[in-house]
Design a protein around this ligand. Sequence first.
Ligand code: ARG
Length: 452
Amino acid sequence: MSELVKRYTASVNFDKRLGLVDIEGSLAHAAMLAKQNIISVRDLADINRGMAQIKSEIENGEFNWQLDLEDVHLNIEARLTALVGAAGKRLHTGRSRNDQVATDIRLWLRAQIDDVVMALSQLRSGLLTVAEREADTILPGFTHLQVAQPITFGHHLLAYVNMFGRDVERFLDCRKRTNLLPLGAAALAGTTYPIDREFVAQQLGFEGVCENSLDAVSDRDFAIEFCAAASLLMMHVSRLSEELIIWMSPRVGFIDLADRFCTGSSIMPQKKNPDVPELARGKTGRVYGDLMSLLTLMKGQPLAYNKDNQEDKEPLFDAADTVLETVLIFTEMVQGIVVKPESMRAAALQGFSTATDLADYLVKKGLPFRDAHEAVAHAVKICTQKKCDLADLTLDELRAATDLAPEQQALIDPDVSHCLTLEGSVAARNHIGGTAPNQVRAAIERLKNALK
Ligand code: ARG
């Protein structure tokens, strides 16, 4: 093999990351071989002893990874043989690197899924803490990035708690299909030895075994599913990031982010930039890229194992690292959000955010909704000309501004003022899923209980 080919085909530089799960898989395989009298109890003891030493060498950064030995599997096997002799050479009985690597990735990914799920729970409870604190804080809700209706900040944050909740479900669902054992499939067709696959599955905490040997060695669906779930998660993070960036812009000024999540500029002394959310928004693209890499990698591969599959690791590692770090940093960052309620309130008071409430008021007094809509649109037009808000009009001015027939104008009573206030507007949306502060608190209670 030429030096160039050796470098081109070797994977040890990145798959050494699977070292510890590779040992875990080998120990379970060896235990099964001994139980089935395929290797001796003595061999098993040698293997266990050698692997214990290799494990500590890897953990202490003392293991000598060699490019000449191609990948993590051959590196560990060679070291084992150097340490314990013949037993090391027997370890690979009834096994191939094809089912071995598939097992390693599943073991590794399962642990990653558990970490991501745990981190997402912490992010969700962090968001809940802020949502609870800000259950009464009013800001404008937007559609088309135009002021729409007043909402509470707690309610806004709960939207993300819900999104991240669906992400948790997706990761847990992907975990089910990840948590199956490929070992026993050997190279592709199974093996002639009297193996016990269920035993190995049990040893490794797998839910069951992969049913078909060809599928077992070539399936990477679980990795793609993980990257798909990771992509959706990052899409949510990116939307939140975009909002944080907009809210922190001095033009909007709804929030401030703790200094430790921001950076300055090397030229503009006044700057405080929201680097963390910007980077998260950027890293979203990279996780989508990882998903596309894996989908494209698998497309068109004939059964069963092909060396193409070696290319599955870097995108998968990258996606897992990126989402985990992103979720961890967001957990800290969201709890450091400094809310500026006066700016939020001032913004909600502009843009006629309670216009819908006035229309609803007229409907409750008997007007058809379309007529009410038109009357309020007229009143808004008058206010725009006068450069004032609906709530600034006297009762008579408001009645006239609707341009309704006099008997319909008379339907507008002094109690209308309540529905024109921000507090009245949010409090009136008092049903499950609505923005009323007491509904927000009830939703927080439900979410907290579900998170327990
Ligand atoms: N390093 C390889 C991979 O990551 C291990 C499997 C190699 N199998 C083979 N038949 N060459 O996929």
